[in-house]
Design a protein around this ligand. Structure first.
Ligand SMILES: [Zn+2]
Length: 158
């Protein structure tokens, strides 16, 4: 028997310590929370993806009375981004969320497992790491890749 461990590296910043470009992407994600349709959870999430063509594509969670029919902000953004710019590669994604009182969360909100898997597909397509910025009012986490959020991931290795 052999025991192994998997570590992920991330950087922790305050919002004002982020680069101007990262702050801009976070701002887009924060704005996107206003376009969330979340009458059931009242948890408004926004995501913004910076593409290699310079475009920023945003998404917000969209809920449905039949709960599984809705989707998260991250998948809303990544599916639209690839549908809109199929040739462009993802560079960075920023994610922000407001709690049920409407305030931005003080700690970062991380993508659910399904979103991590979906984002990983676009990271694989990009052929390069897609940075992930998780926004919180008090702290922001910056991860070097989607894969770092999904150790032992299932991927197409063709
Ligand atoms: Zn999700």
């Amino acid at each position: 028997m052999e025991e192994k461990s998997i570590n992920i590296k991330m950087k922790v910043y305050r919002y004002d310590e982020l680069s101007e470009q990262d702050r801009r992407l976070v701002d887009e994600a924060r704005q996107a929370t206003k376009r969330s349709y979340s009458p059931y959870s009242k948890f408004r999430v926004g995501a913004a993806i910076l593409m290699d063509n310079g475009e920023i594509v945003t998404g917000a969670n969209q809920e449905n009375a039949a709960y599984p029919s809705g989707t998260c902000a991250e998948r809303s953004a990544c599916f639209y981004a690839h549908a809109r710019y199929p040739e462009a590669k993802f560079r960075t994604i920023a994610i922000a969320a407001r709690d049920t009182s409407g305030h931005f969360t003080s700690v970062p909100t991380a993508p659910c497992g399904a979103c991590r898997q979906s984002l990983l597909e676009y990271e694989t397509l990009a052929g390069a790491p897609v940075r992930v910025i998780l926004y919180g009012e008090e702290t922001c986490y910056v991860l070097p890749s989607v894969a770092s959020l999904l150790p032992l991931c299932f991927a197409n290795f063709d």
